[in-house]
Structure formats: structure tokens, C-alpha cells
Write a protein that binds this ligand. Sequence first.
Ligand code: ADP
Length: 236
Amino acid sequence: MSAALRFSSRMNIKFNNVTKKYGIIVAVSQITFEVKSGEFVFIAGPSGAGKTTLLRLILSQTKPTSGTLEIGNVDLGQSKKHQLEKIRKKIGVIYQDYQLIPDKTIEENIALALDIVSYPKKNLHHQIDEVIRKVNLTTRRFLYPSQLSGGELQRASLARALAIDPAIILADEPTGNLDLENTWRLIKLLKDINQTTKTTIIMTTHNSDIIDSLDKRVIFLRDGMVEKEINHQQKQ
Ligand code: ADP
């Protein structure tokens, strides 16, 4: 097995007593949990509970004020920039507002993500073909974001996240702007990806219908703290 594969297959995420403060605001407080490689976990809780802050910590967009956060046994708070970049390149992200670049086509948006992770040029077209097919957007490949519906935009954003062969996908309220049909379509895609490729998926949501539909582990946050945790899979 290559070094890169060994590294990604061990990308457990470990929060150990993590507190994040913004000035006097405590966004998350004394959070401890571990997400094992290949798990599908929901982070639930009302607005302001600290869900997005947890994802920003995983992405090294911000550092813990205290406590430690490890990904693949690398302590993010103690790591050098190149180590953080290496981890960041194995994380795909999708957002409620898609965050596609408006003046680039869907294909160009995906190509840009591949360029950022220095994806081998000779495999670029094949990889773009694959991910666009996976999310069923073959006919939208050369269109611009303004020409796509909400459901298509979120699937394009998922294609971009998948293109880098992520070990982890973070989905921040990804169904927040979608209608019911597209919500379930996206959830099915995420579930299938998790099952077939063993990509870790961490999804924030306050939609209890989605949480109830999947029987996955759920970490409930309130006021920055873990209020409770449900692990349907352990109960079975
Ligand atoms: P959620 O995603 O559950 O809605 P957030 O993680 O966005 O919650 O926010 C948690 C708390 O931290 C909120 O009180 C929010 O106002 C605060 N917060 C988040 N980001 C910042 C920031 N950059 N500066 C100041 N306060 C912030």
C-alpha cells in the first residue's frame, strides 16, 4: 500500500477537550469525541450551537483555544503548515450555499479543485468524467452555476468535493437550500459514497427527518457543548 493510502486510511478525527473562544464568546466548550475513518456522523443542534465551528476546526481554518484536535494522529494545533496542507487536501467540503465560482463552468470549478491538490494532469479528464457521472450531471458539465437548479448546484459541489478522492467529506447544512426531492437525492448520494468508498462523512444539520432516516451516529450540540449522543449502529 502506498504511503498516501496508509495515511488517508488512518484519518480518525479526535477532539480532546476542545474549547474554541472568539474573544469572550465561547463557540464550543470542552468537546471530546472521536470519529473513526469510514464513519457517517451527524452533528445536530440549533443555530449557534457550534456546529460550523467544529467543521472549521477540522479544516484548520481556526485553532482550538485549548484542548487538542488530531486528524490521523497529527495534532493540528502543533503542526507545521505543510502537514496541515497535506491533511486539508484529503478533505472535501460542501456548503449550504454551494460556493461554486460563478464565472467558471462546472467542469472548470472541478478542475480548479484538482489543480489546488496538484492532481496528476494526465488523469484530470478521466477524474472529472467520473465524478460528474457519479452525481448525474453529465449534461450540465459545460454550463455555469447560474444555469443550474439548486439540486444540481449541490450535486456539482459534491462532484468537486469528490474529485480530490477525499478521505473525509464535511457537509455543512448541505440541504439547507434544497427542496424535499433534492434533499433526499443528496442524502442518498452521501450514503452511497460512504458505503462504497468508506469515505468518512460528517454532516451538520438541524433536520430531524434526515437524521431519523439514516440510523447513523448523531452528536447533539447545545450552547457549544455535547448535549447527548446517539449511536443507532451500536444499538443494533
Ligand atoms: P452553528 O453552526 O451551530 O450555527 P457556529 O459554530 O456558527 O454555530 O457558532 C457558535 C457560536 O460562536 C455562535 O454564538 C456564534 O455567534 C459564535 N461565532 C462563530 N464564529 C464566530 C466568529 N468568527 N466570531 C465571533 N463569534 C463567532
